[in-house]
Design a protein around this ligand. Sequence first.
Ligand code: FE
Length: 209
Amino acid sequence: MSSTPNEAAPHGAPASPIAVRVQAIESLLIAKGYVDPAAIENLLDTYEHRIGPRNGARVVARAWTDPEFDRWLDRDATAAIASMGYTGRQGEHMVVVRNTPMVHNLVVCTLCSCYPWPVLGLPPVWYKSAPYRARAVADPRGVLAEFGVDLPDHVEIRVWDSTAEIRYLVLPMRPEGTEGWDAEALAELVGRDAMVGTAVVGLPAGEPA
Ligand code: FE
């Protein structure tokens, strides 16, 4: 099966030996009939395909268009996000970090691959890679440049290292030229990377600014 057991491992768990053990245990449990492989497949499919960054994009677009909701995100992001139906594993303690003209936020998990599943789905390969995890902290500006994000020198970059409980969601800046857009149209602009902090939100090419 196409499972990736290390993604279910708790924060701080060494990936490879654990992954091997999980796979071995999973095979045994299936062989003995204790777990249903279809149920496991369904769980993975849910987070890989059905829950994806569109959830997070709807949260961002709502924050841009609903000041009450925007303030709620600051007070209690977990509850605000849950009110839109986005709850569950790896989203129990959400914190929203806000980009401004002076501050850009970048999220990493230096120990493993902690990631807010209910709003972003499963993490991309680069997020779990050792180079990203090390360099996001040591050289965030360099990492951002590799992602094509060149920030002016006066913009402070804040790096948020996920902990055992907290999952961060970056609230990107709303692009100029979107005044009057509704939340649905705005959500279309918001990609996964912008909510991790490795991208900024812009208008699609060809859109009049
Ligand atoms: Fe982690």
